[in-house]
Design a protein. Structure first.
Length: 206
């Protein structure tokens, strides 16, 4: 009987040793890194819709500040202005449009102004002539500057920023924020006056 029980005794010893080793490993393995938000594949973002739409930066979704009446009024002003002057300037304005500014980044521009003869793209992959951004009171300048840098690196000829709250306009096509009384498009030679925009914003609060 002792000879028959020996294999089972050996098996129990090996199993006990294995469990001890697993117990040691479970305590010696490094702790898992701090939880990070999930990364979203670009293709899934391009096939999805959000309200409001969101930027896609480095595999993560970033919310945008939209929805205020002043914000919508500025969008309406530029869409209407370019529609009126479409035959003259051969440009058209699109609000809330996605632009793939790099292989892994998609920005949603408040307004993008491509040429009317550009081939159709559901998501723009070529720099439009103008991009216009509208500041909200909650916008943080350092985060906003990253957005403008993306536009500069992508090659936008003209980058404009409107601050409805303080009635300010800035040409940000270069590294600096240059205050502007009107916006100028070099090609074609065109000036977009802003006096009627400020009057419209004033009337909303009167």
């Amino acid at each position: 009987m002792a000879s028959k029980a020996q294999p089972f005794g050996k098996l129990r010893s090996e199993l006990k040793l294995l469990l001890q080793r697993r117990h040691i490993v479970s305590y010696t393995q490094p702790r898992s890194p701090r939880w990070q938000p999930p990364k979203f594949p670009l293709i899934s973002i391009l096939m999805s819709s959000y309200r409001p739409d969101r930027d896609y930066v480095a595999g993560e979704l970033e919310e945008r500040n939209v929805g205020e009446k002043d914000h919508s009024a500025v969008q309406a002003f530029f869409v209407k202005w370019f529609a009126i002057h479409e035959e003259e300037c051969k440009l058209e304005a699109y609000p809330e449009i996605r632009i793939k500014v790099s292989p892994q980044q998609v920005r949603v521009a408040d307004i993008a102004v491509p040429r009317v003869d550009e081939p159709y793209e559901a998501v723009l992959t070529r720099p439009p002539v103008v991009v216009i951004e509208i500041l909200s009171p909650e916008d943080r300048m350092n985060r906003y500057e990253r957005r403008l840098q993306d536009y500069r690196h992508f090659g936008f000829p003209h980058i404009w920023v409107i601050d409805p709250q303080h009635r300010g306009a800035f040409d940000c096509s270069t590294e600096a924020w240059h205050p502007a009384d009107a916006f100028v498009i070099a090609n074609p030679g065109l000036t977009v006056p802003l006096d009627s925009l400020w009057k419209k914003l004033e009337s909303l609060h009167s």
